[in-house]
Design a protein around this ligand. Sequence first.
Ligand code: NAD
Length: 696
Amino acid sequence: MSNIVTTRLEGDIAVITLDNPPVNALSFRLREPLYAALETLGTDDGVKAIVIACAGRTFIAGADITEFGTENALKRPNLPDLCALLEDMPKPVVAAIHGTAFGGGLELALACHFRVAVPSAKLGLPEVKLGLLPGSGGTARLPRIVGPEKALKMIVSGNPIGAADAAKAGLVDAIAEGDLGEDAVLFAKAKLAEHAPLVRVRDRDEKLAETRANTGGFEGLIKEVTRKARGLEAPVMAAAAVRNAIEMDFDAALKAERDAFIHLVQGDQSRAQRHLFFAEREAAKVADVGKDVQPRQIKRAGVIGAGTMGGGIAMSLANGGVPVTILEMTDEALERGLGMIAKNYSVSVDRGSITADEKDARLGRITGTTDYADLADCDLIIEAVFEEMPIKKEVFGKLDAVAKPGAVLASNTSYLDVNEIAASTSRPQDVVGMHFFSPANVMRLLEIVRGDKTAPDVLATALEAGRRMRKVPVVVGVCHGFVGNRMLSARSSEGEALLLEGATPEEIDKAFLDFGWPMGPFQMGDLAGLDIGWRNRKSLGKTAAIGDALCEMGRFGQKTGKGFYLYEDGSRKPKPDPEVNSLIEEKAREAGINRRAISAEEIIERSLYPMVNEGAKILEEKIAQRPSDIDIVWTNGYGFPIGKGGPMFWADLVGLPKIVERLEYWYGKTGNEVFKPAASIKQLAATGGSFSARPA
Ligand code: NAD
């Protein structure tokens, strides 16, 4: 007898307990004995009802994704077999849910006749997050219980719902206030006593009929899914599967769902999303920071600068439960910054994303000051003042004087040398970069910049702070722009040349949108403000014919109503501007360039291949620990499409020999150094290697 599946009798009720740590995933080693136990109990006349419960911290939290692509995944009984057996049981089956009933776990519970859950339980079908759809009846059964509209929202977002919400929707039949196992047995006994009819979920049609009678709302939701999918297949196919549940008979819908699942699981998009799932976990592992390295305690934090970034960072800390003192130069600047924070929280309350009480609690954790002495009891202080080395050094000098021994001193610098900042203190081992992304209270990426002297436990503290703020921390080394902004420079390097040679801003942006980016580079420039790059170029003695000319015309982007595009009457919708096209043509003439049609393929090659090449150089220099860390930076901080898995994973999909060949071609044609292939990418291409197959 397997100890993964055990059965005990409580009178005439059989309780099956699953124990497959850590999350009771539906591995073959669980499916096989569970199927056998159900077959036995199904024909045992002494057993009147069955309860399925789980040991450990959760109900079945999903399929075993480490099994995907292996022989075990295909071995029968598979999950559809189990669901069919459960649904056809001649006696009531009750799922007893605690923790998370996710994915295959919820599909199995949906095939039971009843579901009992503890108040803290969460139920959801998160498959789309891995580029998949529920493949074992989830899209056919969930709409029959909660209605097609709610099912569609749950399946397409992948977000779980709580037990109370599930009970309201009919997904949970009873909430267990006492001991779950006992309550589930009592529930089964009560159903037997009432002679409750055994209704199979597959036979329920009331909710489907309601939608069939009035399809408007449902079809509206489907349109929205398609619009928001941005090239991702899984949400669109998941929505179609829910529609099948309404339009087809149950078995046909089930078959269509299974076919769609198999199509997705074998496709590149799901491979890419599964790669990112593991990459995110991998990124938390840092050389020399083992489990034995304890993070320092963070009871109170400080933030220097209450501007765009400082305000967002203070909010992130407060959201994570950490009290924060925010320091500004003047009372006016402080008032402005605190006012902006309060306004942002109010917007969240209006949107319903937090309650008024939560807003008060979070705001209550933030205090302002203009006096450095008030930072003396902070365990972590994050600086977010202007991006100028002399100012940063002055601030760190002051921090060195007031911060308590052992306090972690972090800089949110975008480009500057963290070693130089650290050297302006007497404690460089306590200094680290913590590079947030704008808006800092929303964006998940956190680049943690490890200086030459940063102590391992300081790194561990920065990682822990990142987790408390619900960020995705990635440890990187010191170089100009670290991983993200350094590769962004490579991506933008050919922008002006493409314009001069014949592309328009909207053609370039469209190529990016079609690739799956949320925004093209010129839309992004207009949003961020073109004057930032202009000032930066001037300070470095650099020029950009078109970008500079636009700024000289006062076209700074959205904030001035004009940039690479026109923004009419305060609208954020970019409109192509003939004046910009004339300017581009004029600059091309001045440079003696004959403009020509430029394909989307060329735009992608000249923008994204240099990024991949820069990524390879970053790996050679050990600025990033592993290729997958770069993928995490780009998908979480810059909108690289998740269905392509990040730049390094995507490069493998394209094929490194092709990338090297095109880099060499463009290097020959333009002489731009960004195309000169890195030694490592050439070597990988020549030896049939790939980034994603590299050892971590
Ligand atoms: P900002 O101009 O909005 O805010 C800077 C704030 O710092 C201002 O409120 C200013 O009054 C205050 N300040 C300046 N000197 C100070 C001092 N000596 N003591 C106390 N306060 C002082 O700038 P920002 O966009 O928030 O950028 C801040 C830092 O974050 C920069 O290093 C920047 O490179 C970095 N960063 C910015 C972004 C972004 O998208 N804006 C993203 C990542 C990192």
